[in-house]
Design a protein around this ligand. Structure first.
Ligand code: SAH
Length: 240
């Protein structure tokens, strides 16, 4: 099954952009996924081909019109999930990415200016998605983030089939840290356990580091998933 991405944007020329390179680019060439970037302006209204108007109630900037957005969405609607990039949406998670990647693709609406007329979310089944608690100038980069996260999970995209299986966030934890040669760099050595060849010990060390690092850096993840409750923080022994 091919994963089909449809982007609704005022700047279709931004695509595929970085998604035309490396893993995603090769997968696009190989038809593992398809991309269609369509201009919202094709559905503009009036003799001035308008897509936006001033905010009701006053304030700076312009708001994308619901009727224009609906026409753009209706022209491509085919049962795939419809997402809209907005800082007011639910923060994107690896779990949502996995669900999307397992499906037929998505239609992604990209905002500009002050964003969308809110009624579009009432008039159409659209999932508002945020890529983080900061404000971008447009939804296009957010859509690329979402697509990149999905595409790398599509069958055959990542070299080693296993490298997508045990990653940050899958168990509500950050992944353990990685090391590679040289064994010594600027006086720092690779943790002894990783050179021991003892796979059980290595697995235990990795699990503990995942728990410790998540506690330290992302206590919110531990809270949210109730993850790693059984294992106490190891405290010391970082380098053994
Ligand atoms: N005034 C809006 C921000 C508009 S930014 C607000 O404060 O909520 C313009 C567009 O950029 C948005 O419509 C959205 O499509 C995109 N955008 C900005 N920040 C984003 C984020 N964190 N996640 C997803 N999309 C974002």
């Amino acid at each position: 099954m091919t994963f089909r991405a449809t982007i609704l944007t005022l700047y279709p020329e931004m695509f595929p952009g970085p998604l035309g390179t490396s893993l995603a680019g090769r997968a696009l060439e190989d038809d593992v996924w398809t991309l269609e970037a369509r201009n919202i302006r094709d559905h503009a209204v009036g003799k001035h081909r308008t897509v936006d108007d001033t905010p009701a109630g006053g304030g700076a900037g312009m708001v994308l019109r619901a009727d224009v957005l609906a026409a753009a969405l209706d022209a491509v609607a085919d049962g795939r999930p419809m997402l809209a990039m907005t800082p007011r949406g639910a923060p994107l998670t690896q779990a949502r990415v996995r669900d999307l990647a397992a499906g037929e693709g998505a239609t992604i609406l990209c905002g500009r200016f002050e964003g969308f007329d809110e009624r579009i979310f009432e008039g159409r089944a659209i999932e508002p998605v945020s890529v983080g608690d900061y404000v971008l100038s447009g939804g296009e980069l957010g859509a690329m983030v979402l697509l990149d996260a999905c595409i790398r999970l599509l069958p055959g995209v990542m070299g080693a089939a296993s490298s997508g299986e045990e990653e940050s966030f899958d168990e509500g934890l950050l992944e353990y840290p990685h090391y590679t040669r040289p064994v010594e760099w600027e006086g720092r050595t690779i943790p002894e356990v990783l050179r021991s060849g003892d796979h059980a010990k290595i697995a235990a060390w990795r699990k503990q580091r995942a728990i410790d690092d998540t506690r330290l850096r992302r206590p919110d993840l531990i809270e949210r998933h109730g993850g790693a409750r059984e294992a106490p923080p190891s405290g010391a022994q970082r380098d053994t």
